[in-house]
Design a protein around this ligand. Structure first.
Ligand code: 13P
Ligand code: SF4
Length: 372
């Protein structure tokens, strides 16, 4: 293992190292894995600090298993990005510790400006967010004023502030279908693969931004077909940020929570999973008798067959959580004027999904085009 260390400029007592396989990202860093006694000590400190600070942990399925388990154990949540947003908004704690990537912390802050939102590493970003800068996106929107702007949650607060609707992968299909039914033409950003999937499923008129997730973009259809032949009984579970040829091989397509649901409910004992390998922890925990195989991200000649782990999600660790709770550093700040505007599409999404879940006519929340 490469033992070169760097230290975060914001959280001084977290020691990082380069990932064991640095692959393409010279900038990637992961917190040094604690020893068993350090891990126990860090967890005790975090349990105590959560109580002292009236704080709760909100973790994504892709972060280190320690951060998933501790969130659940201490009354927080591990979930997909939609539920993270809802949980953070509704929980009475005054501090949210968001283990995930930057847009998740910003969404939490936009929904709860009065709460303190802390993140273990503020450099944890997302290629979709980075690939959709507000200046270029604003110009794209200005050039197409006849279109309803629908953006994926994986975007900055400024991009959300330009949107009419926000979606996550767990509600994008329903919301776009409802918009199409009401006559809307859509401007979609930033993920071209998720957008392409939604377009194929709904037939909506969608003008796409050209963004992608550097993790899901790597899944390979040819190698997946070969793997399926080696495991003929296996069901294939795919996150829709993956390329169309990979989605075409899926038995179930959906958000991280939809993938978990499919694994629980499908009648199979083996699954090939095309999403970040952080998901394997919860998949195995919830399905002890079932076998989960990582979908391939590399060709047959490669020494490593799958490398599907988000380099930004990997920046989160126990030491970071303990440190930010102790120091109050790594707070998420969003400009108040931006919060007011960015909240509009997020609230629409949350109202739509709540109505949908309750079995009401969520489409009634979507204006007829011309009446907007
Ligand atoms: P989910 O909303 O499905 O959890 O996805 C978030 C994400 O960043 C996937 O790469
Ligand atoms: Fe962004 Fe992809 Fe990482 Fe998800 S896995 S946070 S979409 S880069």
């Amino acid at each position: 293992m490469n033992t070169a260390t760097v230290t975060s400029d914001r959280v001084i007592d977290v020691e990082y190292e380069q990932p064991a396989c640095p692959t393409r990202h010279a900038w990637a860093r992961v917190p040094v894995e604690p020893t068993p006694s350090q891990r126990a000590e860090l967890k005790d400190r975090i349990r105590r600090l959560l109580k002292e600070r009236n704080a709760v942990m909100v973790s994504h399925y892709y972060v280190h298993p320690d951060l998933q388990d501790l969130a659940v154990e201490t009354g927080g949540i591990v979930s997909d990005s939609l539920e993270m947003a809802r949980f953070g908004r509704d929980h009475p704690a005054t501090t949210l510790v968001v283990s995930g990537v930057r847009f998740m912390g910003e969404t939490a802050k936009i929904l709860s400006p009065e709460k303190t939102v802390l993140m273990p590493d503020l450099d944890a970003n997302c290629s979709l967010d980075l690939g959709c800068p507000i200046d270029a996106f604003g110009a794209f929107c200005d050039a197409h004023p006849d279109r309803t702007v629908v953006v994926y949650a994986n975007t900055s607060a400024a991009v959300k502030a330009r949107a009419d609707w926000l979606v996550t992968s767990s509600c994008a299909l329903d919301i776009v279908r409802a918009l199409k039914d009401k006559g809307h033409k859509i401007l979609w950003a930033p993920d071209k693969h998720l957008g392409g999937y939604i377009q194929r499923e709904t037939g909506a008129d969608m003008l796409m931004w050209n963004g992608s997730c550097i993790v899901h973009d790597e899944f390979k259809a040819l190698e997946l077909e070969a793997l399926k032949k080696d495991h003929p009984g296996a069901k294939v579970l795919v996150h829709p940020e993956s390329p169309a040829e990979v989605v075409a091989l899926a038995d179930a397509v959906g958000s991280t929570s939809a993938i978990l649901k499919a694994a629980r409910e499908m009648d199979a004992s083996e699954f090939i999973v095309a999403t970040d390998k952080g998901m394997m922890h919860m998949l195995r925990q919830q399905n002890p008798g079932k076998v989960f195989i990582e979908a391939p991200t590399a060709g047959n000649s490669a020494t490593c067959k799958s490398c599907a782990h988000c380099p930004w999600m990997a920046m989160n660790g126990l030491a970071g959580v303990a440190s930010v709770l102790e120091t109050g550093l790594n707070q998420i700040h969003v400009d108040a004027a931006l919060i007011d505007r960015a909240r509009v599409p997020i609230d629409r999404m949350l109202a739509f999904t709540a109505a949908h879940k309750a079995g009401w006519d969520a489409g009634a929340l979507v204006p007829d085009i011309g009446a907007a």
